[in-house]
Design a protein around this ligand. Structure first.
Ligand SMILES: [Zn+2]
Length: 182
């Protein structure tokens, strides 16, 4: 009996040791994995927010806030869905925490009529900024209209929209083999 109990104890310790090894390996894998995911998430946002020179694609900020005008709420929601990396984005206030602690994207509903969303970017590798997604009519006189162009990716065949000034690069697979839709 004594031996059996001892054996059981040893066996238990061994199981613990091996799971310790396994979880250790998993941690390493997760770390590499999340670094990759973090890189990819930041790169995806850079494609959507910055041009080839790393400048914000939305022109000059007004009182520190960038504005992007869209024709309707559906378009606004589609664009925000891209920023928060959620194809099923429901239009409510939300926070997207990037993998590997690269920062976050916070979305609030517009505070007044004509503002669809207010999006705050605090992401490593991207200038911190607030972007208001507004209705075309909300913008005053000044030429602050940044229409989107629709592209189809020749590589993954998905269709997506980008601000005209953005790098023409697929927001899904990163391919630059994209064609403009009319
Ligand atoms: Zn693609």
């Amino acid at each position: 009996m004594k031996t059996n109990k001892f054996f059981l104890l040893v066996a238990t310790v061994m199981v613990c040791v091996s799971s310790a090894f396994i979880s250790c390996n998993n941690d390493d894998d997760n770390k590499n994995n999340s670094k990759e995911l973090g890189d990819k998430a930041v790169e995806t946002l850079r494609t959507r927010l910055l041009d080839e020179n790393g400048n914000v694609v939305f022109g000059e900020p007004i009182n520190g806030v960038y504005e992007m005008a869209l024709e309707n709420e559906a378009d606004a929601k589609e664009v925000v869905a891209q920023y928060v990396n959620n194809e099923k984005y429901n239009g409510e206030a939300t926070t997207y925490n990037l993998p590997d602690e690269r920062g976050k994207v916070r979305v609030e509903k517009g505070a007044e009529e004509g503002i669809y969303y207010s999006v705050e970017f605090n992401v490593k590798g991207i200038p911190s900024m607030t972007l208001q997604v507004v209705d075309l009519n909300y913008m005053e006189g000044e030429n602050k209209y940044y229409p989107f162009t629709t592209y189809t990716c020749n590589s993954c065949t998905k269709t997506f929209k980008l601000p005209n000034m953005a790098v023409k690069k697929c927001t899904f697979c990163g391919s630059t083999d994209v064609k403009k839709e009319n």
